[in-house]
Ligand binder design. Sequence first.
Ligand code: AMP
Length: 334
Amino acid sequence: MKKRVLTGVTTTGIPHLGNYVGAIRPAIAASRQPDSESFFFLADYHGIIKCHDPEQIHASTLAVAATWLACGLDPEQVTFYRQSDIPEILELNWILTCTCAKGLMNRAHAYKAAVQENTDKGIDDPDHGIEMGLYCYPVLMAADILMFNAHDVPVGRDQVQHLEMTRDIAGRFNHRFRELFVLPEAVVGEEAILTGLDGRKMSKSYGNTIPLFETEKKLQKSVNKIVTNLKEPGEPKTPDESPLFEIYQAFADEAAVAEFTAQLADGLAWGEAKKIVAQTINAELAPLRERYNELIAAPEKIEAILQAGASKARAEARLLLDQVRDALGVRRLG
Ligand code: AMP
């Protein structure tokens, strides 16, 4: 049996270079491995937990879908779907809610952080402003994963706890009813964390990102904003003096990186260095950007791809869900 790998992407933002280097590029490369079977989904029901702007959810769903396809995800080879198109996931979500200990959710990082924020602000009610979506989302994540009995789930370090919770929830179900669920593993990527324009981690919450598919001209402008020090042209520079180097490294091969390091040591001006960096990023992204723009202009084509993906995913989901319902005693009377 092939190893099943499942990747979900929330639909609340427009992908940036950090997402590309840290998640999209490695996941697509991994999806081409012959010994694995990949599931990719647009997690729009996770998106609505924090984002209450319908236009943003909708626009981001299109942008994220177009990005993955433009970057080379092959919907014939993988199962690519939108979470909200698979009602079976929501059915499983409720079933798992009934096998999930409440105390487990009390310990979830995202919920604890929200409670801590209330405490820090001196608000009496620790649950002030906290909705059940935030509280319960590890169960929805468990449903996403267990619905397809994924073996591996590539995640960031902050998501490892949710995989532990998924294993706990699955284990309880298996023990109480029937051994139906695979206990999935979190796979924490080795990818470097890309630094943003201001030197902190590139993240939409810091507003320091370089959007993945902005025009070549805008890309150069963004790269020009990356922080450097005040060293003049001609003064020797080292790689650790600006995040520019690290971003370059994510797009250039070893020989080019060595040459760039030598040029900096020889006093390359920051302005010139920024031109080299932007050109190198652009060389990789230009063909993808062209495909992205074509896809964005034809949302009905993306919709058709997602509908085909949903049919594939639902057929798979139904098989397992029928067994789950049977195990629970939820079945026809005659
Ligand atoms: P987010 O939308 O911020 O949750 O990011 C989605 C995924 O993109 C994360 O799980 C990471 O794998 C990846 N990612 C986000 N920001 C960065 C970054 N600055 N550097 C590398 N990878 C990142």
